[in-house]
Design a protein around this ligand. Structure first.
Ligand code: RAM
Length: 341
């Protein structure tokens, strides 16, 4: 069976979004080869939360693909590790450079919004992807899935593994990133509504770094002797927490679920340290972000639109000012080896 067929079967059986493997790409600036029909090429600027995060390396691969397909020049830059001040500095540079549109994953929702508003005032079109800014600082947010889709999937999975009962802790990237804030709230809401015996005992930021996540998880394991599960909601935290559980000799005893990349978690899932990894197709997220930024710059995407016609992904739903990629997908021991990203 081809990879796509295997994936289609999975999608049908689990009823969640379809994912395919993808390879990481370099971090350089890509120059597309195709000329648009008439006029000068559009310059689209694409920024990750951090260049060192494999999650965003994967998004960049999709961004490059979109730039090539659409015949635009793509400028790629971002902090090496999460750094909101550096993100602002890069936005300022792009305003000076006169880019046509910016697509950015925001490390600090509020902190970046002033710079993005300034860009908009200068005529630069702005979309956010992965992690939003304040709504008036961009035209659209290219969202990987609905907030409820992600929050509910995480809590339902935790409840399933713990039979609805027990203590759990969340390791998050930060307390200031829009996606992390929104997911934390959705998790809390679902927990309160459906699982009265599931108790969140801690919420710890790891700055979106694996080593820090490992340290936080180690601390949690000793501080909460009745801890039954760790929920890691940023990608580097999933392997980080897995390493902590493994080294503490608590595999199986303390469950682990989280939002992460298959390649960073395969070994831990296969050896039974990590139970479930949840994610979306990161390459498509990067593709859609560049596609939306380009359409906005061309005047082809407007407020009030309800569908975005993606060249690669077909009809994509627009809910208000959110362009929605799809639903999160669950990777377990049964399917994770089929994915390569
Ligand atoms: C991290 C980032 C990103 C988030 C993923 C799941 O890499 O913080 O914002 O969407 O995890």
């Amino acid at each position: 069976m081809t990879k796509m067929k295997i994936l289609s079967a999975l999608t049908l059986s689990i009823g969640v979004a379809l994912l395919a493997g993808c390879k990481p790409s370099d971090n350089g600036t890509s120059q597309s080869s195709t000329q648009p029909t008439g006029g000068k090429k559009l310059m689209i600027a694409f920024m990750p939360k951090s260049k060192g995060n494999a999650y965003f390396v994967s998004c960049k691969q999709g961004a490059d693909e979109a730039a090539k397909d659409l015949g635009v020049d793509l400028i790629f830059d971002g902090p090496t590790t999460p750094d909101p001040a550096k993100q602002n500095e890069i936005i300022e540079n792009w305003i000076t450079l006169g880019v046509d549109a910016i697509a950015v994953a925001c490390e600090n929702r509020d902190g970046i919004s002033t710079a993005l508003r300034k860009a908009q005032d200068k005529g630069v079109k702005v979309v956010t992807y992965d992690a939003d800014a304040q709504p008036d600082a961009r035209s659209f947010f290219v969202n990987q899935a609905t907030v409820e889709g992600i929050g509910d999937t995480l809590v339902d999975e935790a409840a399933r593994l713990l039979n609805g009962k027990g203590e759990y802790a969340i390791i998050t990237a930060s307390l200031t990133a829009g996606n992390m804030i929104a997911w934390q709230q959705a998790i809390e809401k679902r927990n309160a509504e459906k699982y009265p015996d599931l108790k969140r005992v801690a919420l710890r930021p790891c700055d979106d770094l694996k080593d820090k996540a490992q340290q936080e998880a180690t601390t949690l394991l000793s501080a909460y002797p009745n801890l039954k599960l760790i929920m890691a909601i940023c990608s580097p935290a999933v392997p980080g927490a897995a390493e902590a559980i493994k080294q503490a000799g608590k595999a199986g005893q303390v469950k682990l679920i989280g939002l992460g990349l298959p390649n960073e978690n395969k070994a831990y899932v296969n050896s039974g340290v990590t139970d479930t990894v949840i994610l979306w197709k990161t390459v498509d997220l990067g593709y859609l972000a560049v596609e939306a930024a380009t359409a906005l710059a061309k005047g082809e995407l407007k407020r009030g639109d309800t569908v975005f016609k993606s060249r690669k992904l077909g009809d994509i739903k627009i809910d208000g000012d959110n362009i929605l990629l799809g639903k999160p997908f669950k990777f377990t021991k049964e399917n994770i080896n089929q994915f390569d990203f």
